[in-house]
Design a protein around this ligand. Sequence first.
Ligand code: TPP
Ligand code: MG
Length: 355
Amino acid sequence: MLTKAFEGSVDYVQVMDENGAIDATQFPKDLADAKILEMYKSMLFARALDAKSLSLQRQGRAVTYAPLVGEEATQIGTAFAMRKQDFFVPNFRQHGVFLARGFPLDSFFVASRGFEDGNKIPNGFAATPVTVPVGSQMPHAVGMAFAFKYQGKDAAVVSYVGDGGTSEGEFYEALNFAGVWKVPVVMIIENNQWAISVPRRAQTASQTLAQKALAVGIRCVQVDGNDVVAVYKATSEALENAKEGPTVIECVTYRMSMHTTSDDPSRYRSDDEVAEWAKRDPLLRVRTYLLKKGMWNDDLEKQTSEEQLKQIDEAVDKAEQFKPDPVGMFKNAYSFMPEILQEESDDAIASNFWQ
Ligand SMILES: Cc1ncc(C[n+]2csc(CCOP(=O)(O)OP(=O)(O)O)c2C)c(N)n1
Ligand SMILES: [Mg+2]
């Protein structure tokens, strides 16, 4: 006897194409154009913030920076779908999500200067801090979602992982646990095609990254990650369903810039590839859509950009006036102060090293 032990497939969803045209069969019923306009402004803001951060780093006014340009639809679409009570678990590239959820802009720039004080999550802001060890945030996200379920909370966890991150053991462990316990977690795979210099095709032989969820009984979908409407739709649906269990959403997008400011992508990828993806710019299609609807024009774009830049510049000024605790660097590694670190800290204070 031969029967099928398992059969599965993964849907791909695009609602707004590269030309701003809508597939009416996929358009979310509750999504007003006013919200698409807000998302567009938020995407513009994320891009402006990105350009400013890069410029500050190049001037020696900020530490290493991981650009988000190209990934605005994935970040803003997911951020707008989240409810206030939902918990956001980032890796290190979701500056757009932080800002769209109301993280203080001046704190963002304090962190950019390399001071831990800026990474402090304000009271009531439902997020963990930036996480650099790839994949390590995933078990935390699933553990938190387990706690929410146990406590009967009406909240979900929305966690982010890169295409490279989906090869980590912690990703699979988290995925398996989430499936078994049916916890309220939405895992966003921000597939930007590159893990530093390792391309997506060399990362895994899996046809999609989303399908990794099928092996552990989790619903999954792949969306055009440069289509903010598709991303918003998939995330909203996953959150509505979170009480029933987890969802994995693979957002297919592209890292238009370098991995971080320490990287030079021209050494490992072609200009043609970048140019090809530039045609699928996530902002361009929303702009076209809003122009056609008569909800946007060049004057509004100029005015909005000026206002956003002013807001960003004011935050940078404030952040540059921030005086960090000079021995702060000794304080955040342990929950207690080991003797040897205390000695180093005392020596540092005695020698006034920062003056
Ligand atoms: C456990 C671990 N291994 C290696 C690194 C170095 N590293 C930092 S980011 C990165 C690639 C991550 O790629 P991906 O998950 O696709 O996220 P992206 O940077 O593209 O957003 C690597 C290897 C790290 N931070 N942590
Ligand atoms: Mg990547």
